[in-house]
Design a protein around this ligand. Structure first.
Ligand code: ZN
Length: 213
């Protein structure tokens, strides 16, 4: 898992999803989680630099965990389905979050995150328990949310699926911003959302988040 997680963090950097050391990734373990250390860039991450810790902040080794470890812990505590978490300040998601907007059902793929919208959590100071609570609440019943004036966070079952989820969320945010800048996007109606939901369910899994590893 250390290797897969370091690869995920590096891949986010290569794809322009992570500026400097602003993002962080983690994976659930038997006793808590593995998380990127504070201040590490995509180029600088090594499997052995990942910090093993519990959800109360206890960790071993000399490296300190990401300053957002409490946000990761709160999501793992709230949702047993969360196995791998990606947090980034990727451009489009952050731009949309800075408008105080989440993603409405402007495109059927929004449903891949568990419902008819991806919510935006209210602005709270980074690295605080209050932000952890706000993010977990905004993600209730969803696998992603935006963080006002901050960025985004999403979870998936595996590192590969988490990368795909983060890339899909960023693409949808970019597309919604483009649509907003050109006019007033038409949102899906309730019956259209229900039909798309049924279609997702009939695939047996969420196709957009299919793990290709
Ligand atoms: Zn952040």
């Amino acid at each position: 898992m250390r290797h897969h997680l370091a690869t995920l963090y590096r891949e986010l950097g290569l794809r322009g999803m992570n500026q400097a050391a602003s993002g962080n990734v983690s994976a659930r373990t038997r006793r808590g989680m593995l998380i990127t250390p504070t201040g590490v860039t995509a180029d600088g991450v090594a499997p052995k630099s990942l910090v093993a810790m519990d959800f109360d902040g206890r960790h071993a080794g000399r490296l300190r965990p990401s300053s957002e470890w409490e946000m990761h812990a709160a999501i793992y505590r709230a949702d047993p389905a969360a196995r791998v978490i990606v947090h980034t300040h990727s451009d489009a998601a952050t731009a949309l979050a800075c408008l105080g907007l989440g993603l409405p059902a402007f495109h059927y793929s929004v449903l891949a995150f568990g419902g008819a919208e991806v919510r935006v959590a209210p602005y709270v100071t980074f690295g605080t328990p209050a932000l952890a609570a706000a993010a977990a609440a905004a993600m209730s019943g969803r696998s992603a949310c935006l963080l006002a004036n901050h960025g985004m966070i999403c979870h998936a079952a595996t590192p590969g699926a988490a990368l795909q989820a983060a890339l899909l969320l960023e693409a949808l945010c970019r597309q919604y911003l483009m649509a907003l800048s050109a006019g007033v996007p038409r949102l899906l109606a309730a019956d259209e959302i229900a039909a798309a939901r049924a279609r997702f369910a009939s695939y047996g899994q969420q196709p957009a988040l299919h793990d290709e590893e």
